[in-house]
Design a protein around this ligand. Structure first.
Ligand code: F6R
Length: 369
């Protein structure tokens, strides 16, 4: 069943072009308009939504963070992302104009389920982004947008994560179209870019030998820091979580802009730091700020491992290693920049002789609080 791969995780990382492609299937009509026939929430209700709250745990919550950047930009609706277990106990402000989006691979995570129940009791509508058909969360939600990642066996989430991000983009584009924030041809344009993402992910998978080499060289590391900005920030958090879970290495993800506000004190000789660099074709100031962060930490002795877009030569003077990803629109980049970090964690853990499919102390779905 592992299809010739050493682990389910390795297989599932390689399933990602298909997982993303399948999640995109049958979501548009011949004009490129998004059609979510199965959404079951009145269009008038979705038009009147004035706030979105994403509830999820762990990796699924990081997919929610990515969704926030895209949905706020495309739809001009404020989006909050809440860890489901914090949300329920916080007396959150929700009403009939609030749309709650619950993201879960298993559809069984107890905290997320409880958040869904709480939101519905307060009159909010809930859309579930879920991978497992017939699970509890979609049954208890008003609507569901299934990710089509296929069964995810390895405990650490990989293909479900990219599929969750993809589904969140689809939802964002749908809302933008419905509420008139975007013209149909603009929606079709972004959707066409999304359709190109599976091939770009495949390119990363095909060229990942350098990522593996660097990972193997770091099996003795005791701490790895991850820095990202904008949509690269949740990617940094996800990269750090994968490394903790799989390789039992202390790892921390930071917003690059926070560096001077504390984390830079951690940098000393040889400290590995993985930096996710925003596209130089995006907002120029963001790119140059992150490049100067790399320069600053390198000057203090960090070993800099940089995830950058093909052609971004600005990073070369300050990068000890570069993991290249293909060019893509800024908001869609997490579908690419995440992939080398998954491979990195998987390979590093494997080189330490660890079981990447069943990391210690973890369960695939957390059905207790
Ligand atoms: C990390 C991981 C977990 C899950 C979290 C939520 O690799 O797998 O953080 O993302 O437990 O699980 P689901 O998505 O099933 O609700």
């Amino acid at each position: 069943e592992k299809g010739g791969f050493a682990s389910f995780m390795d297989k599932e990382i390689h399933d990602q072009p298909q997982a993303v492609g399948d999640t995109l299937l049958a979501r548009t009509d011949e004009r490129g308009q998004i059609v979510l026939d199965d959404l079951r929430i009145d269009e008038s209700v979705l038009r009147s939504v004035d706030k979105i709250i994403v509830v999820a745990c762990g990796t699924a919550a990081y997919a929610g963070h990515v969704a926030k950047y895209a949905i706020e930009h495309w739809c001009r609706i404020p989006v909050e992302v809440e860890l489901a277990h914090e949300f329920r106990y916080r007396d959150p402000i929700i009403d009939a104009q609030t749309l709650v989006v619950a993201i879960s691979q298993s559809g069984e995570t107890m905290d997320t389920l409880m958040a869904v129940r709480h939101a519905r009791e307060q009159g909010a509508k809930v859309i579930a982004i879920v991978n497992t058909h017939g699970s509890t969360i979609p049954r208890e939600s008003d609507a569901v947008l299934y990710t089509h990642a296929g069964p995810e066996v390895a405990v650490a989430s990989t293909k479900a994560f990219l599929s969750q991000i993809t589904a969140a983009y689809i939802l964002g584009l749908y809302l933008a179209q419905l509420r008139g924030n975007k013209y149909p041809d603009e929606v079709a344009e972004v959707f066409d870019e999304l359709r190109l993402m599976p091939a770009r992910i495949q390119e990363i998978l095909d060229g990942a030998e350098h990522v593996r080499e660097v990972a193997r060289s770091m099996s003795e590391a005791s701490s790895v820091l991850f820095l990202g900005r904008h949509v690269g920030f949740p990617v940094a958090l996800e990269g750090a979580l994968k490394l903790k879970e799989l390789a039992y290495i202390h790892a921390e993800g930071f917003a690059a802009g926070e560096l001077k506000h504390g984390p830079i004190a951690l940098i000393d000789e040889g400290q590995p730091v993985i930096v996710i660099v925003p596209s130089p074709r995006g907002r120029d100031s963001l790119h140059s700020k992150v490049v100067s962060n790399i320069q600053e930490i390198r000057a203090r002795g960090a070993r800099t491992i940089v995830v950058a877009e093909a052609g971004d030569d600005d990073v070369l003077p300050y990068a000890d290693e570069v993991f290249w990803v293909p060019q893509s629109p800024v908001l869609l980049a997490p579908l690419l920049t995440t992939v080398p970090l998954q491979i990195f964690a998987c390979e590093l853990a494997t080189s330490k002789g660890l079981d990447v499919d069943q990391p210690r102390n973890l369960a695939k779905s957390v059905t207790v609080e």
